[in-house]
Every structure is written in C-alpha cells, then in structure tokens.
Design a protein around this ligand. Structure first.
Ligand SMILES: [Zn+2]
Length: 84
C-alpha cells in the first residue's frame, strides 16, 4: 500500500473518483487516495499485482489477435471488391 506524501501515514484509503481527470488517470495506474490522519487527498501511482499484470497481458494478446483478424478480413474484402 502507498503512504501519504504529506505526513507519511500508512492509514491511507482509496477514494472515489470525482473528476474526469481522476477517472482518466485510473487507466494509467493512478488511483485517488485519502489520508485518514491529515486529510490529504490526491493521486498516487500504484503498482499492479502479479495477477492483474497477467490479466492485462492476456487482454492485450486477445486485443491484438482480434485486431489482426479484423485487418485480415478487411484486406480480404478489399481485395475481393477490387478484383470484382
Ligand atoms: Zn497524511
């Protein structure tokens, strides 16, 4: 778990995303936290767990496979269309 950048407390809690910026940053490993000791609230970069990392890699592979399939199909369609 991350620590508070202001008071270095470990009593830090995940905070709900409120703004678009916070929601957007969620996609980049950044999470909104709130410190229970000093009341600090802000965005901290967090590390992925091994399981989560594996899942992301898996998703990326699937995404690449799907993209490649679509590109191939489109290419085939264009070729067929051009050939008449
Ligand atoms: Zn604090």
């Amino acid at each position: 778990m991350p620590i508070c950048p202001k008071c270095e407390s470990k009593r830090i809690k995940r905070s709900h995303t409120r703004t678009f910026k916070e929601k957007f940053l969620k996609n980049f490993n950044r999470r909104t936290f709130r410190c229970l000791d000093c009341g600090w609230r802000g965005i901290i970069k967090v590390k992925y767990t091994k399981e989560k990392e594996k899942l992301i890699i898996k998703r990326r592979k699937i995404f690449r496979y799907v993209t490649a399939t679509i590109v191939t199909l489109v290419a085939l369609f264009i070729t067929k269309y051009l050939m008449g």
